[in-house]
Design a protein around this ligand. Structure first.
Ligand SMILES: [Zn+2]
Length: 337
């Protein structure tokens, strides 16, 4: 079985976007706030939105299961307040739950959290708990910058986040570090803001004792770990200069990278530099990059193809990357069978 640990519901029916638009319009006049049950999407519409997209691509590319979450760019934690985010997260997570129920073999759920800039993440605990215990979700997406590009909240290693981490540890669920849209014109969202956040999160972890406080807390840094694998020597050297332990000891029991790197040399570097135990297969399809690479004739995000092409990767490591590590990092998925 091949598990893709990073997929978002990017192909939702228009009714979802329309609900969000009504919700945003109502920020100026709360009387216009749409009722939670005012959005109607049928099971057939859900099926139609997936059959020609994620499900077709799973079949064509030979992957089996996608760890599936609401559209990351749509989380928009900077919009409105904590109540806005609570309603929106609830709606988006419920759709993921319905999809996982319709296609239990193809999708496993991960939730969006109702974060809001300046609001303590304690407010996310109830939604996390609801999604894990009632919906059977196996993790969450945690936005290190709910302001959308202005980084106004404390670093991920601050005690600000600890109550949420305590619950993640108790539930034994990991978080994928995942920002949303950028409202800062300096940072294109998928091209700069995402990669900046991945890199920044890693550096925050490197300089802290977070994993001493939470030895079993786990994070997936997506998009191949941002700039981290490419600059692995820099990070090792910085840790050494700071008198920190070697990176393997400091954080590789807790931090994992996905394979959402959209060319073969990048994947090859990732697999050469980062231990196989810390890499989870992912494509983020249908996502940030949807085109076909004219140099290969294949979709940029068909990441399985790049790994398959590396004949030096041991069979045992390949199995870990495609399946074993996902079951280790998301143990609730392993328990669900
Ligand atoms: Zn993503």
């Amino acid at each position: 079985m091949i598990i893709d640990c990073h997929g978002h519901y990017t192909t939702a029916p228009k009714a979802l976007e329309q609900f969000r638009k009504r919700q945003i319009d109502a920020l100026k006049d709360p009387a216009l706030s749409p009722a939670r049950d005012s959005m109607r999407i049928s099971d057939d519409e859900l099926r139609d939105s997936l059959e020609g997209a994620q499900l077709r691509l799973q079949r064509e590319r030979g992957t089996d299961r996608t760890i599936f979450s609401p559209r990351a760019g749509g989380m928009g934690h900077h919009i409105g307040n904590a109540d806005t985010s609570a309603l929106w997260s609830g709606i988006c997570n419920e759709l993921i739950h319905r999809i996982c129920t319709l296609y239990p073999d193809n999708f496993t759920g991960v939730c969006q959290l109702p974060q809001s800039p300046g609001v303590r993440p304690d407010n996310c605990i109830a939604e996390l708990e609801r999604c894990v215990t009632q919906y059977g979700f196996v993790g969450c997406n945690l936005n290190p910058d709910p302001s959308g590009g202005y980084w106004t909240d404390p670093p991920l290693t601050d005690r600000w986040w600890y109550p949420l981490y305590e619950r993640m540890v108790a539930l034994d669920v990991p978080a994928m570090v995942h920002v949303s849209a950028s409202c800062n014109p300096n940072f294109h969202f998928t091209g700069a803001h995402y990669i900046n956040a991945d890199t920044s999160a890693f550096m925050q972890f490197l300089t802290s004792d977070l994993f001493k406080d939470f030895p079993t807390l786990r994070f997936i840094i997506p998009h191949g770990g941002g700039a981290v694998p490419y600059h692995w020597g820099r990070y090792r050297g910085i840790a050494q200069d700071m008198g920190r332990p070697p990176l393997a000891e400091l954080l590789l029991n807790n931090v994992f990278f996905d394979t959402c790197v959209y060319h073969r040399p990048g994947i090859e570097l990732l697999l050469r530099v980062i231990p196989a135990d810390n890499i989870l297969f992912a494509s983020e399809m249908v996502g940030a990059v949807r085109g076909i690479d004219p140099q290969t004739g294949h979709h940029y995000d068909d990441t399985k193809r790049y790994i398959d092409a590396l004949d030096w990767v041991a069979a045992e490591d390949r199995e870990k990357i495609f399946r074993g590590n996902a079951l280790k990092v998301y143990p609730r998925m392993a328990q669900q069978g």
